[in-house]
Design a protein around this ligand. Structure first.
Ligand SMILES: NC(=O)c1ccc[n+]([C@@H]2O[C@H](COP(=O)([O-])OP(=O)(O)OC[C@H]3O[C@@H](n4cnc5c(N)ncnc54)[C@H](O)[C@@H]3O)[C@@H](O)[C@H]2O)c1
Length: 432
């Protein structure tokens, strides 16, 4: 349920393993495209969808009645934050409510959406049990064969969009059941499609494991972002420092600074835990501090740009800036929570004129927090580059010719160390 970044690749992986898969989605446009063998996610190949639609291993539908016919239901719907940065579980709740009237004895339901510990048991289970069917919460060997009518588990998604080294099948899957039979049922399901399943004793442990992974990233990214700002002040190259530290064969893992946090997970998920922790009178200080540092980064970028323009006798107000890259990270067509969107907002407030180029986004669309729907990617060539007072590298797409970008620009503010190999006109480059 939910044929998005997570649900669609998973559905196709099950189809590839020989299962017959139905993709449920509330968006009729997506369903139409899928049944016509079309993809709406850049890194998911159309041919793959076509192949499984043709072989009848995959089809999509908005008709939830058909939930009755399946053996296992996997929920991959969004879990965003609301305007108060609190968990918005409305999609999970709606999905559970959509399943409930069709729930059958012996069916397995797995939640994959990232969420706080307790969601599966406290939110999903009570809704499903309104069907009259039972799935008792139980743990330990004494409950190995506890009787129940259906099975319920949590298994976090670990998809890294665009990662060519680790695809879905190679990434181990953590699985925790509401009771031992549920855990075993979910293990049996995922063993069909991933190389390794890692069982844990409860849904809460599985929910928490996913949050630990993302909080770990969030905190470490904040740490390098803070150190980067100090290094800039001290005249030390933070990238050289990270490379040097990475030569230690144990006890160190490199994280890289950037213009802020982006993507669907890292800027959002940690706050699911901070919110839940309040119920236990507990302050998650690392999460809050990391959030503070990372949220500040787009402001740091604009300040650095203003300072660089100042060095050229120009004010930010009225300057023309070309932003390179709106995607939240390189080589993906994913805009979600991209720090570039925030940078644009700050630039607008401070009176700069700006355009953008991104090969993955010929135009921008309206989003939940921003509306840049009138903007189109400008062509990237020496002529256009020359028209701007500064180019701001926000995303280091591999397709960019950085030497040509520096050649054609008056000033390049580089938030990603993308110009490290450029040898000509280094005086035009300002690391940030
Ligand atoms: N994108 C990632 O890289 C990633 C990685 C790990 C975990 N996650 C988690 O996975 C979950 C899903 O994320 P996503 O990126 O796939 O989201 P997405 O927005 O790409 O896809 C969600 C899909 O669910 C559909 N949907 C919404 N409500 C529905 C309902 N009631 N019934 C059926 N379908 C419904 C939407 O139309 C959409 O197609 C989130 O909890 C997210 O935190 C995402």
């Amino acid at each position: 349920m939910g044929c998005g970044y997570v649900g669609l690749p998973l559905a196709l992986r099950f189809a590839e393993a020989g299962h017959r898969v139905t993709g449920f989605d509330t968006d009729p446009e997506k369903v139409k495209m899928l049944n016509a063998g079309k993809s709406y996610i850049e890194h998911i190949q159309q041919t793959k969808i076509q192949q499984y639609v043709n072989s009848k291993h995959f089809q999509a539908t908005t008709d939830f009645e058909r939930l009755r016919d399946v053996d296992a239901i996997i929920i991959c719907v969004p879990t965003p934050l609301n305007e108060y940065r609190e968990p918005d579980l409305s999609y999970v709740e709606d999905t559970a409510k959509a399943i409930q009237p069709h729930l059958q004895k012996g069916q397995l339901v797995v939640l994959e959406s990232t969420t706080y510990p307790g969601t599966t048991e406290e939110l999903v289970l009570p809704i499903l049990e309104k069907s009259g069917l039972r799935c008792p919460i139980a743990a330990g060997p004494e409950n190995d064969n506890v009787p129940g009518d259906f099975f319920l588990a949590f298994s976090p998604e670990r998809e890294d969009p665009g990662n060519k080294q680790y695809g879905l099948a190679q990434i181990p899957k953590v699985v925790g059941g509401v009771n031992p039979p549920s855990g075993r049922a979910a293990q049996a399901l995922y063993t069909q499609v991933v190389a390794k399943v890692v069982p844990v004793s409860s849904t809460r442990a599985a929910e928490m494991a996913k949050l630990l992974e993302n909080i770990f990233r969030c905190v470490n990214i904040a740490l390098v972002n803070e150190l980067k700002q100090l290094c800039l002040r001290m005249g030390v190259d933070v990238w050289e420092v990270i490379d040097a530290a990475s030569s230690k064969p144990f006890g160190f893992m490199p994280f890289y600074p950037g213009p802020g946090l982006g993507g669907h997970c890292i800027p959002v998920d940690p706050f699911y835990l901070s919110w839940k922790a309040r119920e236990y009178d507990f302050a998650t200080r690392f999460i809050e501090l990391a959030g503070e540092v990372n949220t500040q980064m787009p402001y740091h970028v604009v300040d650095a740009l203003a300072e660089a323009l100042n060095q050229h006798q120009k004010s930010l107000k009225g300057s023309k800036v070309l932003i390179l890259g709106v995607a939240y990270k390189k080589d993906v067509d994913d805009l979600r929570e991209s720090p570039t969107l925030k940078i644009m907002e700050i630039l607008k407030k401070r009176g700069a004129e700006f355009d953008y180029n991104d090969p993955y986004f010929p135009k921008l669309h309206k989003m939940r927090h921003y509306d840049y729907s009138d903007m189109k990617s400008v062509p990237l060539n020496a002529e256009t580059l020359g028209k701007y007072d500064a180019a701001l590298i926000a995303t280091d797409h591999s397709g960019y010719d950085y030497a040509a970008i520096v050649d054609g620009s008056k000033l390049v503010v580089d938030t990603r160390n993308a110009t490290r190999r450029v040898t000509r006109h280094r005086d035009r480059i300002v690391p940030c």
